[in-house]
Design a protein around this ligand. Sequence first.
Ligand code: FAD
Length: 317
Amino acid sequence: MSEILVLVEHVDGDVKKVTLELLTLARTLGTPAAVWAGPGYSDAAKARLAEYGAEKIYVAAADEIGDYVAAPKAEVLAHLVAQRSPAAVFVAATGEGKEIAGRLAIKTDSGVISDAVGVGEGFVAEQSIFGGGVNVRSRVTKGTPIITVRPNSTAPVAAAAAGAEEKVEVALSDAARAARIVERVVQEKGARPELTEAAIVVSGGRGVGSGENFAIIEKLADALGAAVGASRAATDAGWYPHQFQVGQTGKTVSPQLYIAAGISGAIQHRAGMQTSKTIVVINKDAEAPLFEIADFGVVGDLFQVVPQLTEEIDKRK
Ligand code: FAD
């Protein structure tokens, strides 16, 4: 079976969950080969990638790759595409991933499909658009299919593979050195999972009413081991930090379970959460548009419903 390159997302040497998802997806269509670009590679990273099905691991570990924004990683991938002629390249649909994919498409004269929520036979990618109202299936018809896949689209499943390592040396072009990273600010991690990677997200909107009231949302999130999200109305009001905004101009999430409390369901909010597997909506207005895409809906006051839900979940632990 032909090789599918999977670009590894990693932070401080840790392989991000989305990479395990992409390896799992790649296994259904070919032979996954992980591509590590940048410093921080370790035996632990190797073991993790092999555990999730990487038959091969291409390692371009030069420190310099981590010194610049996106472009060096695109050059590493372009080098491998030229050398290995893979069947496809999978990249996480994150901010950096999408930039890398776009650059790679230009370098390899290939088509790119962004924000896929699934990829099937023949590398037909599925995208969910217009607030989840329309599903589009498309296929790259030129060059090597480059597909960015949303985190949480595939459940990661371990399947041990060889993880055969191969060092890759790429001489970076001057263009790749155009934007140097001058500072990295590590955002406070806290005990909760990262929003875009969380299996469960509990979000609050304008209906929450104040920053202090977000404690209700946080309590439910903690009872479920979930991440906290917010609508733009809530972040613009200063009730919750902008980094937790879900939607068109915020983060895109696709968890197994998304609970929205006091959020009306504007198209811009849906754009960031409509591919969630199960959607639960709590809203006192039965006509709130978010109910249209809800799997379960509770028409009620969130100040009553959310604490009761939290209590019930805590009881069952
Ligand atoms: P509202 O629309 O005001 O809804 C509040 C809801 O809370 C109502 O349905 C109400 O019935 C309910 N409610 C009130 N009190 C209670 C209670 N006690 N119990 C239960 N329910 C209650 N929005 C985003 O979220 N993310 C984005 O990324 C984003 N990007 C945007 C980009 C652009 C270019 C534009 C123009 C807009 C964008 N927006 C975005 C804003 C979006 O259009 C909406 O204004 C926003 O999503 C509304 O947030 P909300 O649902 O919290 O507030």
